[in-house]
Design a protein around this ligand. Structure first.
Ligand SMILES: *Cc1c(COP(=O)(O)O)cnc(C)c1O
Length: 377
């Protein structure tokens, strides 16, 4: 059986976690959390990076930092995970869903402007499959209308757009280290902060509304409750698990990329024959091999495709059901304009197994079976 996903694991993780336990240092913002924060600051160039308990929480933190209020509108794609919308719905805001581009499955940057109203507060681009949204255009619109940009870069760790790391364009960016992502701590995430002026408040809201971070740095001699907040910091044990992977980040990246490239190479002939479609990586985007998907003719062919692979012990899966078609999406949000591609393209997409440690012979076997499905030698 070839699983769809196997969470990343490196052996040093066990040693690092044991060290936390032995030293009885397992609470938040310990040595490993600091190492992870510093690692991401150095790799991404973000002004500040703070580890959080999830990407969902990092996005919630961003919504609080942008002071999102009831009735505010937030523009995002409908083709995304529920967390993208949840973080803003929790603040009473209305998600306004905009159609995606069929080539990247990302929000169509050319359809954003028409969805802006007087209530619009923010744009939330989601970098699907670790392939960047058209950030130049999105930042230009945000500037023109004075909107916040919060990047859902859950899948975009180690990806870039025109040489700059995803998550660092907007006011805030959110990474995920869920076990299905390229780098994992079981449950976890990070908030990327672009501007110096937002760092202090981010630290405060993340630490229950207290100025404890400042206190620990010795900048003040007492810590106190200074704002609203919550608890968004993970245990240092989880950070230790993640840090072990960060030390091997490039190796993990290369390994995934080799599988991705092999899929692409092997399936190109089927693409040329018009049997299926393969992912598009636009000029200027460097992706991170987070996902390899194919697009079939329609939902019927996709169902047959997934079940054929399953019969051959290969687990492939479909992905998001567009949020605007879900009960909560209908209750809390609205779709702006015409759903030209969101539903249609989401129904055609199937994701193939891809994880750190997937072997070339397994990718080859999967591709052989895909040729068999289409009856092509
Ligand atoms: C995984 C994912 C999330 C949620 O991440 P968590 O760390 O599980 O909260 C949010 N948005 C997108 C696009 C994701 O892929």
């Amino acid at each position: 059986m070839i699983n769809f996903n196997v969470p990343p694991y490196v052996e040093t993780a066990a040693d690092y976690i044991q060290e936390c336990v032995k030293n009885q240092k397992i609470c938040g913002d310990g040595a490993y959390t600091k190492k992870c924060n510093a690692w991401f600051e150095e790799r991404t160039g973000a002004g500040k990076v703070l580890l959080t308990t999830s990407c969902t929480h990092a996005t919630e933190l961003a919504a609080l930092l942008c002071d999102i209020k009831p009735g505010d509108e937030v523009i995002m794609p409908s083709y995304t995970f529920v967390s993208t919308a949840d973080a803003f719905v929790l603040r009473g805001a209305v998600p306004v869903f905009v159609d995606i581009r069929p080539d990247t499955m990302n929000i169509d940057e050319n359809k954003i402007e028409a969805a802006i109203t007087e209530k619009t507060k923010a744009i939330v681009p989601v970098h699907y499959a670790g392939v960047a949204c058209e950030m130049d255009k999105i930042m230009e619109i945000a500037k023109k209308y004075n909107l916040y940009v919060i990047e859902d870069a859950a899948q975009g760790v180690m990806s870039s757009y025109k040489g700059k790391a995803l998550g660092t364009f907007g006011n805030f960016g959110a990474f995920s280290f869920h076990e299905t992502k390229n780098y994992s701590m079981g449950e976890g995430g990070a908030l990327l902060i672009r501007d110096e002026k937002d760092i202090e408040n981010a630290e405060i809201i993340r630490e229950k509304g207290t100025n404890r971070s400042k206190f620990f740095r010795g900048q003040i001699d007492k810590y106190t409750w200074v704002n609203y907040g919550s608890s968004y910091l993970p245990s240092d044990m989880n950070a230790a698990y993640l840090y072990a992977q960060l030390e091997k980040a490039d190796e993990i990246y290369e390994d995934r990329m080799n599988s991705w490239n092999l899929y692409y190479e092997r399936l190109s002939k089927l693409k040329e024959m018009g049997k299926l479609e393969l992912p598009t990586v636009p000029e200027g985007c460097v992706h991170n091999a987070h996902m390899f998907y194919v697009k079939l003719k329609d939902i019927e062919e996709r169902t047959a495709f997934i079940s054929f692979l399953k019969q051959n012990e290969i687990m492939s899966v479909f992905h998001y059901i567009p949020l605007h078609s879900a009960p909560a999406g209908q209750k809390f949000g609205r779709f702006h304009g015409v759903d030209e591609y969101t539903t249609k393209e989401s129904e055609r997409l199937a994701r193939l197994p891809l994880y750190y440690g997937l072997k070339a012979e397994q990718v080859n076997y999967i591709c052989d079976k895909i040729y068999e499905f289409f009856g092509v030698k």
